[in-house]
Design a protein. Structure first.
Length: 193
């Protein structure tokens, strides 16, 4: 009804003032701001795909690659199976301690992702990326009793794709913390939106 009234007024009085009733216009012309939620959803789906790929590579590595003890003189990068029974960086902790620590950190990250989703959506996204990477490694611990690392760097550092996701998520979370939160109290200058 409102559209018909606006059209009727425009037809009768050649004014353009009522045009915003028919066709509201976006405040800025940058298309990246139209649907930012879709971009974040695609990032989460892409991260989940990386975790699934990582689990497939781990299953393949357990059957096809030698153990890291078989490499006498490792090169810069080696593809081997390293069984990580500890927590990060092979720190030796028992499984119950690892699971409790993981649960506490996961609860913190879930809360952070949920509470920051509106005012700090990038921080929320990075928290979800950390959670997905940790879920991949937790799956290994529950399925195999250890985390499967298959890339050996410099003969010392064993990693997998989930480790890279976790480090990238932590880095992104730290960097996104410096950005000011989204201001939800002011309306756009045009008053249209």
């Amino acid at each position: 009804m409102q559209v018909l009234q606006a059209t009727h007024r425009r037809a009768s009085s050649h004014r353009q003032a009522d045009l915003h009733l028919v066709h509201p216009v976006q405040e800025n012309a940058y298309p990246g701001d139209v649907k930012p939620g879709i971009a974040r959803a695609l990032a989460v789906l892409g991260t989940a795909a990386v975790v699934v790929t990582d689990e497939w590579i781990k299953a393949w590595a357990l059957q096809a690659l030698p153990g890291d003890e078989a490499i006498a003189h490792p090169r810069l990068v080696e593809l081997v199976v390293h069984k990580n029974f500890g927590i990060a960086f092979d720190l030796p902790f028992r499984m119950p301690i690892i699971l409790v620590t993981t649960g506490i950190i996961a609860a913190f990250l879930v809360r952070l992702a949920w509470t920051s989703r509106v005012r700090r959506p990038m921080g929320s996204l990075f928290a979800v990326i950390i959670l997905l990477g940790a879920a991949g490694n937790l799956f290994d611990r529950l399925a195999y009793g250890f985390t499967v690392d298959y890339v050996l760097l410099f003969g010392r550092l064993a990693i997998n794709l989930c480790d890279i996701l976790i480090v990238a998520g932590v880095g992104g979370l730290l960097l996104s913390g410096g950005r000011p939160p989204r201001d939800l109290t002011t309306a756009p200058a045009s008053g249209i939106l």
